[in-house]
Design a protein around this ligand. Structure first.
Ligand code: SAM
Length: 254
């Protein structure tokens, strides 16, 4: 059967030879797209730091399925996880032999494919998104990546409506990649849903580089700052803030 991906348009990926260039459309720093830019493109970074971060981002490369999912994310106006963040998610899933994973923010399936590639072969990814159109694309991407339909449980709805329906202590990894305003509630839900030793991962936690700037008081930055501080100070989590992509806060449930 002819793969469906060859029939899909490949727009965003062809724009730049740089793996980061394809992530971050040129835009003034005041726009939402600029606020979400990977840390490696933050103004003021030294050249060698920028080059090192770009090297780290492109260290694990993406195949055609992932590049297609990423291109489709661009087309519908989404920021998918960067290749560096995707590789980190795959690592976390593999390190924990994850069998049951929850993803909040399916998008077009970029992060979902990375997670599935790190999970056990019998693992199931429960992925939640409020937009059925995004999930329609993701479903095709998962199939194109070779995952049987039974490997994914795709739920359409708002995270805070769906999460209460999931079972306590039943999950190995929870990945949050939706609006930062929901971070605190998702962290609370993750504490209930994860088994001891399970891992929470929050994307976008460097707030476009503004997280450490005390002068940055916009709502998004403040919300993220409070969420990462609460996790660091909680006795329930062992955290590390990984500077990949937009910043990936990973925390093990004690
Ligand atoms: C940044 S995109 C996710 C990208 C995806 N994780 C990837 O890397 O391919 C954020 C997604 O979250 C979804 N979303 C936003 N708010 C949500 C909510 N409250 N509940 C569930 N999904 C939500 C959006 O529709 C969008 O598809």
């Amino acid at each position: 059967m002819r793969p469906v991906i060859v029939r899909w348009r490949m727009r965003g990926c062809a724009r730049s030879a740089s793996p980061l260039g394809s992530q971050c459309p040129p835009a003034p720093r005041t726009t939402r797209a600029a606020r979400r830019c990977p840390i490696a493109t933050v103004a003021g970074s030294g050249t060698s730091t920028t080059q090192a971060l770009q090297f780290a981002e492109s260290y694990v490369t993406e195949d055609l399925v992932l590049r297609t999912a990423r291109s489709l994310a661009h087309e519908v106006g989404l920021d998918a996880v960067t290749p560096g963040a995707g590789a980190a998610l795959r690592l976390l899933a593999a390190a924990g032999s994850a069998r049951a994973v929850v993803e909040i923010g399916t998008g077009t399936g970029v992060s979902g494919v990375w997670l599935l590639r790190g999970m056990r072969a019998d693992g199931v990814l429960t992925t939640i998104d409020v937009e059925v159109e995004h999930q329609r694309i993701a479903r095709r991407i998962f199939a194109e990546a070779g995952f049987a339909a039974g490997r994914t449980r795709i739920i359409t709805g708002r995270a805070l409506d769906v999460l209460p329906r999931l079972a306590d202590g039943a999950y190995d990894l929870i990945f949050v990649d939706a609006e930062s305003t929901g971070f605190a509630a998702c962290v609370d839900a993750a504490l209930r849903l994860l088994r001891p030793g399970g891992v929470l991962a929050l994307n976008g936690t460097l707030a476009g580089g503004r997280i450490g700037d005390p002068a940055a008081r916009d709502v998004e930055t403040v919300t993220i700052r409070e969420a990462v501080k609460a996790i660091r100070e909680s006795e329930h989590w062992i955290p590390a803030l990984l500077p990949v992509g937009h910043g990936l806060l990973a925390a093990v449930k004690c």
